[in-house]
Design a protein. Structure first.
Length: 171
């Protein structure tokens, strides 16, 4: 069985009785009000991750984006002087009940997790002739920002959801 790649998730579970009460108020968990609340939390995490990113060229900071059904901040980045594409968009659009924060720059995984130096292989072929990548110490800017902003983002999402329910109750 294939192993799923680990993801950095901030999940909020909703109990069934809460879902039923929201249905009575005509609020959908997949609706635009909930999506706006989730987008606000994602923006908080992205805003915290950008200044933490190491800045050599500034592309790593510029590559931190958020996306939801409300808004997608992705914009293409190119390498200075060469015009080669540096990042890529999401393969699939975000689901109605999620907001994504991601770094679209391809080398984020090397900065975030580091890289071991690989011993040179005596075999022939593509793998044995790779050069130019040595050891890279890890600088987990995304993880730190996520851990630091998790509780404030959840509190802001909760505050906006309470406001959404109160507004629906007043109608």
């Amino acid at each position: 069985m294939a192993r799923r790649r680990s993801r950095n998730r901030v999940q909020v579970r909703v109990q069934e009785n809460v879902t039923a009460a929201l249905t009575e108020l005509q609020i959908s968990l997949r609706g635009p009000g909930v999506a706006r609340a989730l987008q606000t939390g994602a923006d908080m995490i992205a805003k915290a991750a950008r200044p933490e990113a190491p800045e050599d060229t500034g592309q790593l900071r510029a590559g931190v984006f958020t996306a939801s059904i409300v808004r997608n901040e992705y914009r293409p980045l190119v390498r200075p002087g060469r015009g080669q594409r540096l990042n890529s968009p999401l393969k699939f659009p975000p689901r109605p009940n999620q907001a994504l924060v991601w770094s679209s720059v391809f080398y984020t995984r090397f900065i975030e997790g580091g890289r071991k130096s690989r011993s040179q292989d005596n075999r022939r072929g593509k793998r044995s002739t790779r050069r130019g990548m040595g050891a890279i110490r890890k600088r987990p800017f995304f993880q730190r920002a996520k851990r630091r902003m998790r509780q404030p983002a959840l509190a802001e999402i909760q505050r906006q959801l309470v406001k959404l329910v109160e507004d629906a109750w007043q109608r």
